[in-house]
Design a protein around this ligand. Structure first.
Ligand SMILES: Cc1cc2nc3c(=O)[nH]c(=O)nc-3n(C[C@H](O)[C@H](O)[C@H](O)COP(=O)(O)OP(=O)(O)OC[C@H]3O[C@@H](n4cnc5c(N)ncnc54)[C@H](O)[C@@H]3O)c2cc1C
Length: 183
């Protein structure tokens, strides 16, 4: 069933203030760090995550110890954001497990008042295109709004984490429209 809808006023195409909206695909460690960096630079991130919670990939190997210590795993902008609200950096030289990364860093970051409203959990992005343009039309493409399609995943369906994450940085100077499709 296809259910095209605008989920938030932020998605209204070409609305005032949208010039600084950036879509981030995936709320893993990189996507959440991207959101923190965007906020710091005055952009408005919207983070689409296929999983029902953030860091779905890390969740799939929660018990495994990572090979890089905390100092390399915590993004500086994310750290600044968290420390401003009382968070404490774990021992920089320790090796976290993937689960510790979630519990001590990524989950607090995701629930930070600046980040939480940007998250669209259970939204698997299926395509990114330009409004009114197919693959063979190019004239005027750069001025057209981005259209992001996402499948909304029902909670009970479960989720197979992606083997590799990816991020799309979308300068939404042309506006952005979200079409959601019920999964
Ligand atoms: C055993 C093991 C140990 C590792 N140890 C380390 C280490 O010590 N140091 C290190 O730097 N790296 C390590 N890695 C690699 C680590 O997994 C990656 O560095 C890290 O996960 C990359 O983060 P990411 O946010 O780019 O991607 P991911 O963690 O893969 O996150 C991507 C997110 O995007 C979501 N997603 C994917 N596609 C879509 C879509 N179409 N729409 C919406 N959401 C989507 C996924 O659900 C997921 O939550 C290790 C990996 C393994 C398996």
């Amino acid at each position: 069933m296809k259910n095209e809808s605008t989920l938030s006023p932020a998605f209204s195409p070409r609305g005032e203030g949208e010039a600084r909206t950036v879509a981030v695909i995936g709320a893993g460690p990189i996507g959440l760090a991207a959101a923190a960096n965007l906020l710091e630079r005055g952009y408005v991130p919207i983070v689409f995550e296929a999983g029902a919670s953030v860091a779905a990939n890390f969740e799939s190997f929660r018990q495994v110890q990572l090979f890089s210590p905390w100092r390399y795993n915590v993004d500086p902008a994310a750290r600044r954001l968290l420390e401003a609200s009382g968070w404490t950096m774990p021992n920089e030289d320790e090796l976290p497990t993937a689960g510790a990364m979630i519990d001590r860093y990524l989950a607090p970051l995701a629930s930070h008042p600046s980040i939480a409203p940007t998250l669209r959990l259970s939204h698997r992005v299926t395509s990114i295109s330009r409004e009114g343009f197919d693959k063979v039309k190019s004239k005027g493409r750069e001025a057209a709004a981005f259209v992001i399609r996402a499948t909304v995943i029902p909670a009970k369906a479960g989720i197979q984490p992606e083997p590799r994450g990816r991020i799309a940085w979308i300068p939404a100077f042309a506006g952005m429209t979200l079409c959601s499709e019920a999964g």
